[in-house]
Write a protein that binds this ligand. Structure first.
Ligand code: CP
Ligand code: NVA
Length: 308
């Protein structure tokens, strides 16, 4: 079964092929109304279940639109719609859904739910975000970087703030696409050691530098994300804000990066917290291209999973 569970679990050649396909599909439908079908209809006859146990704007809409553009059909299900939210086992859910649909995309809390679903499903499963990773986002981000600046291989990416699920997928991508990564944030919010070690083992340079200005020195890409993720308890909000305030991406911080550095944020953002509007809407920012490219990158992921 060809699941898309994480960037570090997918071969670099397959990742590269998906980025190239995404780019070609984006070019092929340039200027078309969003609801107009692609010329090729590789998902014709396919039914896709989109399960959300957490809120979503981009993932939900981009998967739904992407499947339809390629001729497939979707059903969007919330965790509480399903018996899964009322005690049915993940294994039984996976086996039952596999009898009705051709692919399952799930956004959930614990990574184990995703892995168990994938273990028992007889159709491909896509990770639409867990507490631990967000691979679809970083496929769109790699595509976006390359669209603006060419190959990401060998570039310096700086992650500033919380070493969270999106940061983890960036570290996975560093190893697979061959770029260097610097993390800057408080020690208590470092990315998991295993993600850092794994990227290093693949030959890329991963550094932790506590001083954000020094970390961003020479960056080709500066990335941040919310200081409080959906799985973080609201009771930690004040402590996190206090710890992370010094890691805000503002114009002063961006001055330390390369002149042509890009700025990314997966969104949703808390403006004036992790990043200022001056940066988010400024000349380095490609945040809305990232959001758009979720659509194109995921269409390529769907085709790869289904072999169509
Ligand atoms: N970036 C992202 O995944 O956004 P949503 O939570 O809106 O899906
Ligand atoms: N780190 C964020 C990403 C949202 C797309 C979260 O998990 O809430």
């Amino acid at each position: 079964m060809t699941h898309f569970l994480d960037i570090n679990k997918t071969a670099p050649s397959d990742l590269r092929q998906m980025i190239d396909t995404a780019r070609a599909m984006k070019d092929a439908r340039a200027g078309r109304p969003k609801g107009m079908a692609d010329d090729a209809q590789p998902l014709a006859g396919h039914m896709v279940a989109l399960i959300f146990e957490k809120p979503s704007t981009r993932t939900r809409v981009s998967f739904d639109v992407g499947v339809r553009q390629m001729g497939g059909q979707t059903m969007v299900l919330s965790g509480t719609d399903l018996q899964l939210g009322h005690g049915e086992t993940i294994a039984d859910t996976a086996k039952v859904l596999s009898r009705y649909v051709d692919l399952i995309m799930i956004r959930t809390f614990e990574e184990d739910v995703l892995l168990e679903l994938a273990d028992h499903a007889t159709v491909p499963v896509i990770n639409g975000l867990t507490n631990r990773s967000h691979p679809c986002q970083i496929m769109a981000d790699v595509m976006t970087y390359e669209e603006h600046r060419g190959p990401i291989k060998g570039k310096k990416v700086v992650w500033t703030g919380d070493g969270n699920n999106v940061c983890a997928s960036f570290l996975h991508a560093a190893g697979q696409f061959g770029f260097d990564m610097t993390f800057t944030g408080p020690e208590t919010l470092d990315p998991e050691r295993v993600f850092i070690e794994e990227a290093r083992a693949k030959g890329v340079n991963v550094e932790i530098i506590r001083d954000p200005a020094r970390a961003v020195e020479g960056a080709d890409l500066v990335v941040t994300d919310t200081w409080v993720s959906m799985h973080d308890s609201q009771s930690t909000k004040e402590r996190r804000h206090n710890q992370l305030r010094g890691y805000q991406v503002n114009e002063e911080l961006m001055r330390h990066a390369q002149d042509d550095a890009l700025f990314m944020h997966c969104l949703p953002a808390h403006r004036e917290e992790e990043a200022t509007s001056a940066v988010m809407d400024g000349p380095h920012s490609v945040i809305f291209d990232e959001a758009e490219n979720r659509l194109h990158a995921q269409k390529a992921v769907l085709r790869w999973c289904l072999g169509v």
